[in-house]
Design a protein around this ligand. Structure first.
Ligand code: CP
Length: 295
């Protein structure tokens, strides 16, 4: 039984196979490969993109999806997460897709080996399918020539699970990474890093913006995000005519993370990322539920 806790557990060959499958699904939707399969989604934190994208992906492949709303579940009566999970597994799903605020949750549930566990975002530690769809989007844009491409990640990197997975995945796949953030948002890192976004733009092919993860801040870090935006919001004036693509996992804080003008421009791949997310998640489900099971 294989899980997706984070991308570092997958080989380069597995990652490329999943991205190739996703590309093939984007060209032409496949037959209902997951007919008769059942997935349960369990989101302990809000989601627009990831939850609906997994559901669309599963349904496009013919699978059924049951969503358990934790705010109306027996966890509210004191049932532990592990007991909730084990009870759901007694219904014999073919996989459970989980989002949780605690970094270790997906890994701990996967270690029970009751059903494939797919991490849809845990704490600030991992968001593997976002990492994969980000890589897919970059690979598609550059016609698979990604080796050495220069990625600058800007924003609240310390609190971002997307940054965590992107950094591990991009490093594994040979991309060159620079981190840009005010010191409050910069993690401990051995990667190239700076507080000054303007100084790295000439050495950037891909700019990934991240929102401030306010829900993970123990106390407010900045009183005034318009002041932050003066230095870190990606604007047309900042990009000028440089050949840089702009990405963001969403939700975007408009005119704080990225200006309206850039979001509406061809430089922005933000909506394309969401579109690609469905094909990547279809490929992930195929990989975990069919290929890894020897089917
Ligand atoms: N990118 C992402 O995880 O978005 P959601 O929180 O809306 O799922």
């Amino acid at each position: 039984m294989q899980h997706l806790v984070d991308v570092d557990s997958w080989t380069t060959d597995e990652i490329i196979k999943v991205l190739d499958d996703a590309a093939s699904f984007k060209r032409q939707l496949p037959p209902k490969l997951l007919d008769n399969k059942l997935l349960i989604t369990l989101f302990f934190e809000p989601s627009t993109r990831t939850r609906s994208s997994f559901e669309v992906a599963a349904k496009r492949l013919g699978a059924s999806v049951v969503h358990l709303d934790p705010s109306r579940s027996s966890t509210k009566k004191g049932e532990s997460l592990e007991d909730t999970f084990m009870n759901l597994c007694a219904m014999e799903p073919d996989g459970v897709i989980i989002r949780h605020s605690q970094n270790a949750t997906a890994r701990e549930l996967a270690s029970l080996n009751l059903t494939p566990v797919i991490n849809a975002g845990t704490g600030n530690s991992a968001h593997p399918t976002q990492g994969l769809l980000d890589l897919f989007t970059i690979r598609e844009y550059f016609n698979s020539n990604i080796e050495g491409k220069r990625v600058t990640i800007v924003g609240d990197i310390a609190n971002s699970r997307v940054a965590s997975s992107d950094i591990r995945l991009f490093t594994k796949m040979g991309l060159d990474i620079t981190l840009v953030a005010p010191k409050e948002f910069m993690p401990e890192t051995s990667l190239k890093n700076t507080q000054n976004l303007e100084e790295v733009l000439d050495e950037t092919d891909i700019l990934i913006s991240l929102r401030a993860q306010l829900e993970r801040h123990k106390k407010p870090i900045f009183d005034d995000y318009s002041e932050y935006a003066k230095h870190y919001c990606i604007t047309q004036k900042m990009l000028q005519n440089r050949d840089i693509i702009v990405m963001h996992p969403g939700p975007v804080m408009r005119n704080i993370d990225i200006s309206n003008e850039v979001l509406a421009s061809p430089k922005s791949l933000v909506i394309e990322q969401v579109k690609n997310g469905v094909f990547v998640r279809m490929a992930v489900l195929k990989h975990l539920l069919l290929d890894s099971n020897g089917n």
